[in-house]
Design a protein around this ligand. Structure first.
Ligand code: 4AD
Ligand code: MG
Length: 461
């Protein structure tokens, strides 16, 4: 593999001829030399290539090398005369690989993220999106490292499913039926027996239910993959296609679950700070002031714990400041979650024991008969990034709950059998991967932390 610019920048000057391959970010001319900043995505800052104009004056080469062009520059690594970098490349051979006409949209100037979203196929070539891509990569790596080092088995749960894990009816349907000519049954309903799977099927909203089946055999498992929600929420925190990390642990109660969630988040944050120092400095300077110090603080202090009931007591006193006034039984909105984390705790907060009516069917019912053993991890700026719970492992209680909600037990027969054959207390949670990236980088809109965002009325690229 050829050497990357990141490695070239760490070299000490020598007479050895090295090679830089990449795209020209900027071109600057002085009387005798031309400076090219070449970037290959391995670092934020590219390498400065210094081209002696007298040596390269025989053709139009330098004229044709413009911002965005791809080049190969060879030469020696030397001490840099300028103050902005330690070393630079003194060019002895230069090849223009692909030229780049003047209509290239990423000319040297600050572009808005809205503009760059329309150029998502090119935006990874900017400082911001390059840094996001590298941090996203490190976070994926950290997620696997954390679970692998702790003995969890990575399980690939299906993306196409016939069950609705969250029961919220926010699924995208998967069908091969001819929509112009839908087959009908005698009583006028859609005849799904003619559909590809012989029944109605959807894209999954969560791998949890299938994940639970593997936890009942392997004890600790995790999934990490795309999930899909047809939520009509046009916010800076919602995508129609997002990635979720879902560990599931047998013989584990909600306290064990919360302890893993906290340790897990801190491990990811620390890994990014250790591995992506330059990118994090960039976010700190240009995206979210203080984001590094904030993460360091979060890593070194315990998360605050609070029951839903206590959270509501605190929030009710502030009702005049909220768009949605709070009362016991209501779902917490992001304005409430932000208030708890930003004004009250000034740190991540884990809220537990929510009213059963506002949480999914699988959460374990508490002894009070009113609340469930759910837990959400909330963070400043964003609100919820993790949703999880201890699971209802008692067959009779689970069946009663499903009946209450109008879920058909025969659709979940395999899930229910887990409660029949060697049932055991177990727990898990789901981390919204993009929200975690937003939190780490300070990037305000979730559409800018995934390469190709899918949301209402948008599936370009
Ligand atoms: O709270 P949720 O809905 O929980 C579950 O899906 C559980 N089955 C997880 C589990 O216990 N295994 O979603 C989990 C997280 C949320 O906290 C949020 O961070 C993220 O997924 N999330 C979204 N992220 C982006 N866009 C959306 N539309 C999201 N919906 C949820
Ligand atoms: Mg949730």
């Amino acid at each position: 593999m050829s050497e990357r610019i990141k490695q070239l920048l760490q070299r000490t000057p020598s007479e050895e001829i090295v090679k830089a391959e990449g795209w020209v970010r900027t071109k600057r001319d002085s009387k005798n030399v031309c400076f090219l900043e070449i970037n290959d995505g391995s670092t934020l800052k590219g390498i400065q290539a210094v081209v002696d104009k007298a040596k390269f004056n025989n053709d139009d080469l330098l004229n044709n090398i413009t911002t965005g062009a791809s080049v190969v520059a060879e030469g020696m690594i030397v001490h840099s005369q300028g103050g902005a970098q330690d070393v630079e490349l003194l060019v002895s051979a230069l090849t223009l690989v692909g030229d780049c006409p003047q209509d290239y949209p990423l000319q040297k100037k600050r572009h808005t993220v809205e503009f760059l979203r329309e150029k998502a196929h090119l935006r990874a070539r900017t400082n911001l999106f390059g840094a996001v891509a590298r941090v996203r990569n490190t976070m994926s790596y950290a997620i696997h490292t954390f679970f692998q080092e702790n003995g969890f088995v990575y399980v690939h749960t299906p993306l196409i499913t016939a069950s609705d894990c969250e029961g919220a009816g926010e699924q995208f349907q998967v069908t091969t039926l001819d929509l112009e000519n839908v087959p009908k049954t005698a009583d006028g309903k859609v005849d799904y027996s003619k559909d590809f799977f012989g029944k109605m099927a959807n894209l999954t909203v969560s791998g949890q239910l299938e994940g639970e089946t593997y936890a009942m055999a392997l004890k600790n498992i995790y999934t990490f993959g795309p999930t899909f929600r047809a939520e009509n929420s046009n916010t800076t925190r919602h995508l129609a296609e997002f990635w979720m990390v879902e560990p599931e642990m047998a013989f584990c109660d909600i306290d064990g679950n919360m302890a893993v969630a906290e340790e897990f988040l801190k491990f990811i944050f620390k890994t990014v700070l250790d591995k992506n120092g330059e990118d994090m400095q960039f976010f700190d300077s240009f995206v979210q002031k203080g984001v590094i110090e904030n993460l360091e603080h979060v890593i070194s202090s315990p998360f605050v714990h609070m029951s839903y009931t206590d959270a509501v007591k605190i929030l009710e006193k502030e009702n005049d400041r909220f768009d949605f006034p709070v009362h016991w039984g209501c779902d917490l909105q992001s304005e409430h979650e932000k208030f708890l984390t930003e004004e009250i705790a000034k740190s991540p907060v884990i809220v537990t024991d929510y009213p059963k009516e506002i949480k999914a069917f699988y959460m374990k019912l508490n002894e009070d008969g009113k609340t469930v053993r759910g837990m959400d991890v909330l963070v400043p700026r964003l609100g919820e990034i993790i949703g999880g719970s201890e699971r209802e492992y008692r067959l009779d209680v689970l069946l009663a709950k499903m009946k209450e909600l109008g879920l058909r037990p025969e659709d979940y027969w395999w899930y229910l059998e887990l409660r029949k054959y060697g049932s055991v207390p177990h727990s898990g949670f789901g981390l919204g991967f993009e929200r975690a990236i937003q939190y780490v980088t300070g990037v305000g809109n979730i559409r800018d932390v995934i390469p190709y965002p899918r949301y209402v009325k948008s599936a370009e690229f």
